[in-house]
Design a protein around this ligand. Structure first.
Ligand code: UDP
Length: 243
């Protein structure tokens, strides 16, 4: 599969539809797969945290989640086809799980949010079997979460611990699982649980979903500072390549 390297991260040249097809195939064949949907913030963090960079490199697919990544790939003259977000992939995988009666595990978010996610999935996808769940606020070093996942042996695990925890957790534990698709979904549980509203189509279609999220959750402003730093680094990388 073709990759586009942006600041050390090999992004997979893939569309949303193809990724969903590939994941369905991995589940059918009982293969393991680890998917990260990365934005500029993740790229910047990985460049400052070697352990995180190593975790990211364990993924089978790293998709462009964020218009900044798409613009960077265009600037490098290796355009990635489109944004592929954790939320959209999760919803499509739930549709497939509903048809195929797949087993899923839900990991992440606050306990009350997680309960609401479970209830909503049971309501809208009644054929999906939820074989386990755990909130995202456990003690990293003394937890049996990985054991629970191992025992439940799900086809599909949605990991909503936020970045960088979710990527690190999967990278650290995936070797002990027999099979399954492990998808990082960031704040998607908050949306499915009805706590946070997803940006309406207008904002998404005009590549300003990040602005919507900032307006709705102003405490994200500090995280957003990664964006101009990312743009600066990408332009510098581009200029270096031209010399
Ligand atoms: N979260 C968690 N455990 C933690 C920190 C965060 O389960 O230790 C959850 C948090 O409750 C939220 C999600 O991870 O549901 C992170 O959402 P955010 O909007 O930060 O993620 P993004 O989509 O920006 O990666």
């Amino acid at each position: 599969m073709k990759h586009v390297k942006i600041m050390g991260i090999p992004f997979t040249h893939i569309t949303h539809r193809t990724l969903v097809q590939k994941l369905e195939e991995h589940i059918r064949l009982g293969e393991k797969s680890f998917i990260i949907t990365a934005n500029p913030e993740i790229v910047m963090h990985a460049n400052a945290d070697y352990e995180y960079m190593r975790s990211i490199h364990k993924a089978n697919y790293i998709t462009a989640d964020g218009i900044g990544i798409i613009r960077a790939s265009q600037l490098m003259k290796e355009p990635l086809p489109e944004r592929v977000t954790g939320y959209d992939v999760m919803i499509d995988m739930l549709e497939i799980a509903e048809k195929e009666q797949y087993k899923i595990f839900l990991l992440g978010a606050h306990p009350d949010v997680l309960n609401r996610v479970e209830a909503n999935i049971q309501k809208y996808y009644p054929n999906v079997e939820i074989v386990g769940k755990h909130d995202g606020y456990f003690d990293w070093n003394h937890n049996d979460v990985a054991e629970q996942v191992k025992e439940a042996n799900p086809d599909l695990t949605f990991v909503a611990l936020g970045a960088p925890k979710q990527e690190k957790w999967i990278a650290q534990n995936i070797d002990q699982f027999e099979k399954g698709v492990f998808l990082c979904v960031g704040g998607s549980f908050d949306v499915i649980g009805g706590v946070v509203k997803r940006a309406p189509a207008y904002w998404r279609n005009n590549d300003i979903e990040w602005l919507y999220r900032l307006l709705k959750q102003p405490k994200r402003w500090r995280r957003m500072l990664a964006l101009p730093r990312f743009a600066y680094r990408v332009i510098k990388q581009k200029l270096k390549g031209c010399l």
